[in-house]
Design a binder for this molecule. Sequence first.
Ligand code: URA
Length: 271
Amino acid sequence: MSNDTENLARILEWYIGAGVEETCGDEPMTLGTAPVSVSLKPQINLRAAVSAAPAAPVRQATTPLAQATGNACQNAKDLCASINSMEELRTAMENFDGCALKLTASHTVFGDGNPQARVVFVGEAPGADEDRIGVPFVGRSGHLLDKMLAAIGLDRTQCYICNILPWRPPGNRTPLDSEIAVCLPFLKRQLDLINPDYIFMLGGSAANALLDTPESISRLRGRWLEYVKSDGSKAMVLASFHPAYLLRTPGQKAKAWADFLRLSRQMKGEN
Ligand code: URA
């Protein structure tokens, strides 16, 4: 479209927006006093003129990568919506090709423990040991987690353990937002199917992803939060430090211990 045509189309659109629908000649006149015999120039229908002008090209506010991520998220959501058992979900995750992390991982780390449990522990992503074995929290962090569970009288037969991502990011790098977004529908469906009363988030990234908040783990921990499952029912949520962080920063173990005790008291109805 030439500049002149584009400008004309814009001017005409402006007139239509202002309520002007027709033109009626160049001669000035006072409304209501014009002689009946006044001769009007041929009329132009502005609406017709505008719709005849070629439309300006629509610019998309997106990129191919953002579109691919959006499509993969939608595919994951659609897939999950029709899944009604943990086994179906495991198979769907193993067959899902919307997340490139699967290409570099050895296993899809689905989850471990009792799918009928009242409490689910959610970490960030499998590490090297978990990727090799296919089970969450089996490395050094997992040993510490098992000890903390034991300290409140739980083992893996009384809780369920999974991660935000079922595939290990290469070299244990921080997961990308796009990877989290694509995998989250699977975790959410897993939580729907388990239907826990309590969810314990292990680490800031896991808490941020599931609770959709940017707040730091230091601010999130130590108080009850809420997660709404897809049927509208709620689970009580606690977030605490990731076991790997506690191994590096043992001085924070007392706070994590307080969080585990808070969970235990609540589960026993002692709060
Ligand atoms: N760290 C996690 O967040 N998850 C695991 O499964 C292991 C280590």
